[in-house]
Design a protein around this ligand. Structure first.
Ligand code: FES
Ligand code: FES
Length: 178
C-alpha cells in the first residue's frame, strides 16, 4: 500500500491509501470518480487513456498512458484529465471549453467519442508546446501527424482530428512563426 496526495485538475486530493500496484486509470475511476478517461486496450497500445502531467516548476507537460502507469508515478504531481480543461469565463460566468475541445466539436472530429479524451489531452499538450515554442506553418501538418500518430480510433475518424487541430494551430496567433 502507499499513501497518495496529488493535484488533479487544479484541485488537491488525498491522502488516499491505495495498493502500490494500482494503475492510474483505476485510481481515477474508482477512487476519485473521474470516468472521462477511457479504457480501451488496457495494454498501452490505443492511447485512449492518455492523461497529462504538468510540471508546474517548469511549466512543461507530458502525457502518460494511465492503463499501464501506476499511481506511484503521480505522487505529489499535478495532472489533468479530460474533465479539467474547461474554464469559467470570468466576465460571462459561462463554462468555456479549451480551444482544442471547441475545434474538435466544430469540425465533427469524433464519432462515438471513446478515443476522444486521449486525442484531446495529447492535442492540448501539442497546443501548449506550440505556444511555448512556435513552429513554422509548413511544419504543422507533419508535427501533428507525429504527435497523434499513436492514437487509435476504432471509428477511423483520424482525418477530422488532424485537420481540426491543424486549423486551430494555424489560426491561433502566437502558435506559429510568422
Ligand atoms: S487503454 Fe491505455 S493505451 Fe489503450
Ligand atoms: S470516435 Fe469512436 S473510437 Fe474514435
Amino acid at each position: 500500500m502507499l499513501t497518495l496526495n496529488l493535484k488533479i485538475n487544479n484541485r488537491e486530493v488525498g491522502p488516499y491509501r491505495v495498493p502500490s500496484d494500482l494503475m492510474m486509470i483505476q485510481f481515477l475511476h474508482e477512487y476519485v470518480n473521474l470516468t472521462g478517461t477511457k479504457f480501451g486496450c488496457g495494454i498501452g497500445v490505443c492511447h485512449a487513456c492518455v492523461i497529462v502531467e504538468k510540471d508546474e516548476s517548469k511549466n512543461s507537460y507530458q502525457t502518460y498512458r494511465s492503463c499501464i502507469t501506476g499511481v506511484s508515478q503521480f505522487k505529489d504531481k499535478s495532472i489533468y484529465t479530460v474533465e479539467g480543461h474547461a474554464r469559467v469565463n470570468e466576465s460571462s460566468g459561462l463554462l468555456e471549453l479549451h480551444p482544442v475541445q471547441q475545434v474538435f466539436i466544430e469540425e465533427f472530429a469524433f464519432q462515438c467519442g471513446w478515443c476522444t479524451p486521449g486525442f484531446v489531452n495529447q492535442s492540448i499538450v501539442f497546443y501548449e508546446q506550440c505556444r511555448q515554442h512556435p513552429i513554422a506553418p509548413s511544419q504543422v501538418e507533419s508535427a501533428i501527424e507525429a504527435t497523434l500518430n499513436n492514437h487509435l480510433c476504432r471509428c477511423t475518424g483520424y482525418i477530422r482530428y488532424f485537420s481540426a487541430l491543424k486549423k486551430l494551430i494555424l489560426s491561433t496567433p502566437g502558435l506559429t512563426i510568422t
